[in-house]
Design a protein around this ligand. Structure first.
Ligand SMILES: O=P(O)(O)OC[C@H]1O[C@H](O[C@H]2O[C@H](CO)[C@@H](O)[C@H](O)[C@H]2O)[C@H](O)[C@@H](O)[C@@H]1O
Length: 363
């Protein structure tokens, strides 16, 4: 008996479908080692095709419901807006729901407080938006939840008195007394559930910089507890290469996983922690253990914000607001089209609060 086995090569399609045997009816001979390598190769190709499909579809997933795709685009849009009305149009209902409760604001950064731009290092927050966030934080406990490194987002927002949850909620810090305090090392840090991953993330960051350096437009960002590989400025013809390179690095790190955002591949620890868990943590840190005391409002534009929208929906708590111009699958209740509408919504909240503090309660 030899070490060879008769194996028919089967081509596995990206979504798990199986094509007819490649060389049927002639079977090829493979050693167990060859077979193992072949299966690894197939799995790699399958995962890669999946990542690439997803990159093309961009984020968050556009509506692909068979009941809506047959409709003209304008009908899809109006059907979506019926189910996710504008938070500006629903403003009265939102503030009415807060009666007897404290509103707590949770804000994503990129695409919510600052418009999406090509260079992630230049995603500055407009002055008027900063003023709106500062005013909101005067009246309502406010937190920024972002995929970015916490220090980086603080350098954009520059507001003390807020909670900051960086690295998709894996780096949470409470308000500091002044702007200067904020970068004082670990002082004020509330929670870092992935600290053991720091050396690994650093290693992966360096490996990814090296791997992707030959792809024009690719940019790797070290977000402390996670890494972002940007392909917004990469020619679509090279997207498959970039997906392949990221996967080839990740294959050496089974404790890390790949998720996706807006034209970005995100590498993060496989721990059960995301913006949804961070939101729950923050509610508790703020002392809102009783759901009757608080009305959380979470505003975000990306896939990772869906974890937070889902927590709110599942717990029947507050409202998720998706920032999007186009219909997308979402767990949010309401929508806003773009950051300028977010600013308008925040301003209206402040005006409403000021007015309600002036108005004597009758009865
Ligand atoms: O959770 P977020 O605050 O939304 O952070 C998610 C990622 O945002 C940044 O990337 C995105 O914005 C860039 C600047 O507008 C844009 O160039 C990029 O294509 C977007 O994906 C940030 O650079 C990433 O690290 C965050 O993970």
């Amino acid at each position: 008996m030899t070490n060879q086995q008769n194996v028919v090569v089967v081509d596995v399609k990206p979504h798990g479908g199986v094509k007819p045997p490649l060389s049927s009816p002639v079977a090829k001979s493979f050693s167990p080692q060859d077979l193992k390598l072949l299966l690894i190769k197939k799995r790699f190709e399958t995962e890669n095709a999946w990542v690439l499909d997803s990159m093309r579809a961009s984020s968050p997933t556009r509506i692909s419901n068979p009941t809506t795709t047959s409709l003209p685009e304008t009908d899809v849009k109006s059907s979506w807006i019926v189910h996710h009305p504008s938070a500006l149009n629903m403003f009265e209902q939102i503030v009415t729901a807060s009666k007897g409760k404290q509103i707590a604001m949770f804000l994503d950064y990129d695409g919510t407080l600052s418009p999406i731009v090509e260079d992630p290092d230049r995603a500055f927050m407009p002055r008027e938006m900063r003023a709106a966030v500062r005013d909101v934080a005067r009246f309502f406990p406010t937190a920024i939840l972002t995929g970015r490194c916490r220090d980086k987002v603080y350098s954009f927002v520059k507001l003390s008195g807020l909670y900051y949850a960086g690295s998709h909620g894996m780096d949470i810090k409470g308000p500091s007394k002044s702007c200067k305090d904020n970068n004082n090392g670990k002082q004020g840090v509330l929670f870092q559930p992935a600290s053991e991953f720091l050396p690994m993330i650093d290693e992966v960051y360096k490996a990814l910089v090296e791997k992707t350096k030959s792809i024009p437009g690719a940019k790797v960002e070290n977000n402390k507890f996670c890494v972002s590989v940007h392909y917004r400025c990469v020619d679509e013809k090279s997207w498959a290469t970039i997906a392949e390179q990221v996967r080839s690095v990740l294959n050496h790190y089974p404790k890390l996983k790949l998720t996706q955002g807006r034209k970005v591949l995100e590498i993060r620890p496989t721990i059960k922690w995301d913006k949804g868990r961070a939101l729950e943590f923050l509610l508790e840190a703020l002392g809102y253990n009783n759901p009757n005391d608080v009305l959380p409002i979470y505003i975000g534009d990306d896939r990772t914000d869906e974890d937070a929208f889902k927590v709110l929906r599942d717990r029947g708590l507050g409202f998720g607001i998706l920032v999007s111009k186009i219909p997308k699958e979402t767990n949010a209740s309401y929508s806003l089209q773009e950051p300028s509408e977010v600013k308008e919504f925040l301003r209206r909240l402040v005006e409403w609060k000021k007015l309600s503090l002036q108005t004597p309660i009758i009865g």
